[in-house]
Design a binder for this molecule. Structure first.
Ligand SMILES: [Fe+2]
Length: 278
C-alpha cells in the first residue's frame, strides 16, 4: 500500500476506544515495556537480578509490568511459550518475596522482513490488543507501512516503542523563517489576546512551516499508538532523543510510557527521573 487514501476502515472502532481507555486508565502505575525476565534476551541473566529490578519498580510505585523480551530472528529467538512460562516463574518468585507486582507476558517485536511470520502467532501485551513494535533506523519506509497496516488488518493495534529514538520519525526543526511565518498567520487569529489552547498548539506543532513527518502522520492515521521511554526525557539516550521526546510529548503523541529497563543499574537511573504524563 503506498498512499493513505487506500486505508480501509478497520472495523470495530468501539474496540479501539476500549483498548485506548484501558491503556490510559492503567497508565500511571504500569510499565508498558520492560525486559524483566531472566535469560531470554539482553535483559537480566539471573532470577535474582529480575527480582531486584521488580523491587525497584514496586518501590517506585508501579503495580503492573508488561514483560517484553526482544524477538529478533537469529539474535533473540525465544518462543512465546518460553515468555509465558518465564512470567509464571517470576510471578511465583515475586509472590514468595512479597513484592506486589502483577506481571503480563508480551514481546518487543523487531520490524524486519521476518516479523509477518512471527505475527502468525502473535503475543500482545497482557489482555490488550497492543502489539509492541520496535522500528530500526534502517527499516525501509514501505516495509514499515505495509507491516503495521497488516497488523491493523488482523485486528491488533501497533504500539510503537520509543519513537523518539528512531530517526525515521525525526521531526523537522522549526527554522527562524518558519516560526515567523507561523506567527504572522496565527497572530491574526489571536488579536484579542486569546491564549492558544493545547490542542491548537499540538496541531500547529505538527504542521509548523508546512512541514511534518509523513511516516509519523501515516501511522497516526492508521490508529497506531506510541510508547515513550522514561529515560529519553532525562537524556539517558542522548540529547537528540531527549529533544525528540519533548517535542513528541508536546504534540500529545504518547499514549503510555515504559522503563525499557534491561538491568538493575540502568533501571535505577531511569526510575529516579519519574514518569511524565502522556
Ligand atoms: Fe526494549
Amino acid at each position: 500500500m503506498s498512499n493513505r487514501e487506500a486505508k480501509p476502515f478497520f472495523g470495530d472502532r468501539v474496540s479501539l476506544t476500549t483498548q485506548n481507555s484501558k491503556l490510559k486508565t492503567q497508565n500511571s502505575a504500569t510499565d508498558w515495556h520492560c525486559h524483566l525476565l531472566p535469560s531470554l534476551d539482553d535483559g537480566p541473566s539471573t532470577m535474582a537480578e529480575s527480582i531486584e529490578m521488580a523491587r525497584l519498580l514496586r518501590d517506585a510505585g508501579y503495580e503492573t509490568v508488561h514483560c517484553t523480551p526482544h524477538l529478533i530472528k537469529g539474535v533473540y529467538d525465544a518462543g512465546n511459550e518460553a515468555v509465558r512460562s518465564g512470567v509464571g516463574e517470576l510471578q511465583t518468585a515475586l509472590d514468595r518475596e512479597g513484592i506486589e507486582l502483577k506481571l503480563h507476558a508480551g514481546r518487543e517485536y523487531y520490524l524486519d522482513e521476518f516479523l509477518p511470520h512471527y505475527l502468525q502467532d502473535p503475543l500482545p501485551l497482557g489482555d490488550t490488543q497492543f502489539i509492541l513494535v520496535e522500528i530500526p533506523h534502517h527499516a525501509p519506509v514501505e516495509l514499515v507501512k505495509e507491516t503495521l497496516y497488516r497488523i491493523r488488518q488482523k485486528g491488533y493495534i501497533p504500539l510503537i516503542a520509543h519513537p523518539e529514538r528512531c530517526k525515521l520519525f525525526a521531526l523537522p526543526l522549526p527554522t527562524k523563517q518558519g516560526v515567523w511565518e507561523w506567527f504572522k498567520v496565527q497572530g491574526s487569529r489571536f488579536q484579542d489576546g486569546d491564549l492558544l489552547d493545547s490542542q491548537t498548539l499540538n496541531v500547529e506543532h505538527r504542521t509548523l512551516n508546512g512541514q511534518s513527518n509523513s511516516l509519523l502522520d501515516y501511522l497516526i492515521d492508521l490508529d497506531c499508538q506510541f510508547q515513550g521511554n522514561l529515560g529519553s526525557f532525562a537524556g539517558y539516550y542522548g540529547d537528540r532523543a531527549r529533544a525528540s521526546a519533548g517535542r513528541m510529548r508536546e504534540m500529545g503523541l504518547y499514549s503510555c510510557f515504559g522503563s525499557d529497563g534491561h538491568n538493575v543499574e540502568g533501571l535505577r537511573e531511569i526510575l529516579v527521573q519519574g514518569a511524565p504524563s502522556p
